[in-house]
Write a protein that binds this ligand. Structure first.
Ligand SMILES: [Mg+2]
Length: 231
């Protein structure tokens, strides 16, 4: 029987409007006088270090970026860049429809809920925007625990906080960072959310026990799996 549902955050419950975000990237490139592609490349290169918390702040990341580009800027300009990036990320967050209704249904049916995200320091601001964040009994953001999906230890950490064993947990995510492979490895049942507006540059897990086209299908899917398992 499934008794708990663990969700990924980005491209599962929310997504980034990359058209909007990339406007910032263009402005940033002009501001520091470097090619936008190179900025994107360096940004991606340090993603794991941001998500494990090894790079602790946005200012540290911008300094690394400038260093790699061999550019120097003064403190005032650095502060401007930081403020602009924080604002751009917040302005670029979009929500998949009816997340709250979906979480409410699961809660009403008695399921324990978890949120497990590969996230960096700047997701703290994003979390505050999620009106439905209190539906989660347990929240693990990778930068706070120094581990990232698909490292089995981060799923085991979540299981340690939950009242149930892996086989009783459904893990729902878009598959980014190969997260479904990690969830499967520790024994969870996996669902791939193959929804619109997901980041096209992401490498994703191919295999999952179930696939949905919208996270709104999750409450119904959980009931169906539990009916099947009772037979
Ligand atoms: Mg994701």
């Amino acid at each position: 029987m499934i008794k708990a549902v663990i969700f990924d955050l980005f491209d599962t419950l929310i997504y980034i409007d990359w058209n909007n975000y990339n406007k910032f990237r263009g402005e940033l490139a002009d501001f520091i006088g470097a090619p936008v592609d190179e900025i994107g490349f360096i940004w991606r290169k340090y993603r794991t270090k941001r998500c494990t918390g090894e790079i602790e702040t946005l200012s540290e990341m911008i300094e690394i970026l400038l260093d790699e580009l061999d550019k120097k800027i003064d403190k005032d300009k650095l502060d401007q860049i930081i403020a602009l990036e924080e604002k751009t990320l917040k302005d670029s967050i979009r929500f998949y429809p009816d997340v709250e209704v979906m979480l409410e249904k699961l809660k009403a049916n008695g399921y324990e809920l978890g949120l497990l995200s590969n996230a960096s320091h700047n997701v703290g601001n994003v979390m505050e925007m999620l009106s439905w964040r209190d539906y989660f009994d347990h929240v693990i953001l990778s930068y706070k625990v120094g581990m990232v999906k698909p490292d089995p230890r981060i799923y085991i950490l979540m299981l340690g906080r939950m009242d149930y064993i892996a086989d009783e947990c459904l893990f729902v995510g878009d598959g980014g960072s190969m997260e479904l492979d990690g969830a499967k490895k520790v024994g969870m049942i996996t669902v791939k959310a193959a929804q619109a507006n997901q980041d096209a540059t992401e490498t994703r897990s191919k295999n999952a026990d179930y696939i949905v086209e919208s996270i709104q299908e999750i409450p119904e899917l959980v009931e169906r799996i539990n009916r099947e398992r009772q037979l």
